[in-house]
Design a binder for this molecule. Sequence first.
Ligand code: ZN
Length: 447
Amino acid sequence: MTGVHQTSNIQYNYWSVAELMPKDEIKKLQLCRLKEQVNYLWENSPFYRDKWEKSNFYPDKISAIEDIKQIPILSKEEIRISQKEDPPFGMMKMPGRGPINRVAMTSGTTGEPVLIPFTKEDYFGVFCEGGVRGLWAAGVRKEDVVHAAYGFLPFVGLAGVYDAAEHFIGSLVIPGGVWDSLTRLKMIKKFKVTVLMGTPTYLLHLASVAAENGIDTCKLGIRRVLTTGECGSASVANTGLRLQKAWGCKVYDFSGTQESNYISWTCDEGTSHLNEDLIYCEILNPETNEPVGPGEPGKLVITDLVQKTHPVIRFETGDIVGGIDSESKCACGRNLSILKGYSGRVGDIIKVKGVCVSVSGIENVLRGMESCSDNYEYMALNDGEKDKILVRLEPRKDIEPGCWDGVRRKVSEALRESFMINMDVEVIPPGSLPVFDLKAKRFRDIR
Ligand SMILES: [Zn+2]
């Protein structure tokens, strides 16, 4: 099911047969792979064996997929500690597994970067396989010229789809990690790029640089924009619409975690499908760690079912998601369950006056307003009595300072309507906030 699809002249609608598997077959496959994975780790990984024994978990306790909840959860900090004690890879490299052909690492924004080693088999057979399905669903074909607007370290998010486009689909791929935005735009034109990949933040920025330099992005011939690394079109509808307008084409979104794989990707219907034959996803209540009800929101915990070099088992991704819908049928014909969007990182979602405020929620309001630029930040403050939220935003550059107060009032109103609480809004001069080349950091908790 995870083998490399051979490209040919036949135009398949789907990349993998896994996309069409009936639900009960997927469930059977997940259980079979989970059992196999757990037994493999029990036999081969001193890290997992020790961790599981301490929690009184043994492989024979898995007889149904729901039994996965008996396995203790794995945190990012545990991975870091293991890499510190047993450098460089710690538990992220299974003993005897090799040779290692490639290394990726996390950005290290929340601590020491985590190093991620790949064998050729796991890189192409599992990681790229997780991404190529989304490329294919987005209509990327061998005639395309694909540009990945990012460097290859420390962010691995686009490496798999970049390599999949080259090696699986046979597109021409154009790297260009260190180009400045204007050079990048010139190269996009020169190479006649048709598929553009990047983070939503950077691709919106790139479009604004184009506008400032009189380049019409809609005439560049780009027919697909693919994003990952942040909440994209599948999570923040108005970010998707902005990207669509900025580049004059359809927008697709991948989600994933660097420690594992691409978790989901959007089809032509804009639905986010889970790679559920490769990764088992659970949604847990962030406070109790108990599974939430079907379709309910919570924190995302994932288990690698196939990958063998650095499998993570019940890994806390740190993301809050809207839930998993395993019942609805997507018009694209795929049976893979539907991920109902990301709300943000666990620490970026705060409760103020009993209301959960998320990055994706604020972003959707701001990006739905014509007068707001793409740049904003928000913070949680305490004024000595109570917690409150301050949103600071840059207006569009062509809006006169005399009109900023009107912008502020309109944004306050829209936020109140959306969240049912009052937030402080400050309109600041364009160019005040940092420009992010990769992922934006928009939330600060300074309570
Ligand atoms: Zn679909």
